[in-house]
Design a protein around this ligand. Structure first.
Ligand code: ADE
Length: 236
């Protein structure tokens, strides 16, 4: 089985690279900024792609749905995976029981910032991609919540985003999965989303940058542990 793991931020990726003992390998033939890491076991070939970093200073990761679509298209075209897993972080909702560091598996994913009130477009544009049964089986095996998630291109949310997050019953607000799921569906490739919670979006108290990065550390440690456990399910 050929598995591709898409991880947006290098900070998130490093925990997984270390946990799984991945080795850096040759880049794809493209100017799109990215790094690839790999590992082969008896049962699967795994390639991790870090989504990339913006050119110049400040040196930060490429985030959001646009970069995620491009990275997904590139890895699918070049590596021909059987399964694409997007592992990353998300904002959770205390009203739904989420806490910092919790890890969730996606049952479905919407875009919570795609709004076009025209016939046809209003149905297609928000996405709502449904995960295959393997995601649910892995969630059950690892005793993880199997939940609806949603993606948008802002870290904060306006009132319309809030309404849609509520309407979709999204329990994890993040910035890439819907784009990755869409690209996978275009290519008829199975996708899976695994997200760890770094902040609580329905809390009035917003974390400071310092608190957010402390939360990110805990979330990434838990995420790496779960990604390792999820991959073990392919070892039979
Ligand atoms: N990633 C982690 N927390 C997030 C949030 N609140 N919104 C979007 N992406 C996130």
């Amino acid at each position: 089985m050929n598995i591709v793991l898409i991880v947006t931020m290098s900070e998130e990726a490093q925990y997984i690279i270390d946990k799984l003992g991945l080795k850096e390998c040759n880049k794809l033939p493209t100017k799109y900024p990215h790094r690839l890491f790999e590992k082969k076991t008896e049962n699967y070939q795994l390639t991790l792609i870090e989504n990339g970093r913006y050119a110049g200073a400040p040196d930060v990761s490429l985030i959001g749905t646009v970069a995620a679509s491009v990275a997904t298209h590139l890895v699918i075209q070049n590596l021909n995976p059987d399964l694409v897993i997007n592992a990353g972080t998300a904002g959770g909702r205390k009203a739904m029981g989420e806490k910092i560091g919790d890890v969730l598996v996606a049952s479905q994913v919407y875009f919570h910032d795609h709004r076009v009130s025209l016939p046809g477009y209003c149905e297609k544009f928000p996405g709502g991609f449904i995960a295959k049964s393997r995601s649910q089986k892995i969630a059950e095996k690892l005793k993880l919540p199997f939940v609806i998630m949603s993606s948008g291109n802002s870290f904060d949310m306006n009132d319309e985003d809030k309404k849609l997050i509520e309407a979709y019953q999204s329990r994890a607000k993040e910035m890439e999965l819907a784009a990755i799921a869409w690209m996978c569906e275009v290519h008829e490739i199975e996708w899976m989303g695994i997200k760890a919670i770094t902040d609580i979006i329905d809390d009035e108290l917003k974390p400071s940058a310092e608190q957010f990065f402390a939360n990110l550390k805990l979330a990434c440690e838990n995420l790496a542990t779960i990604v390792e456990a999820a991959l073990m399910t392919f070892d039979g």
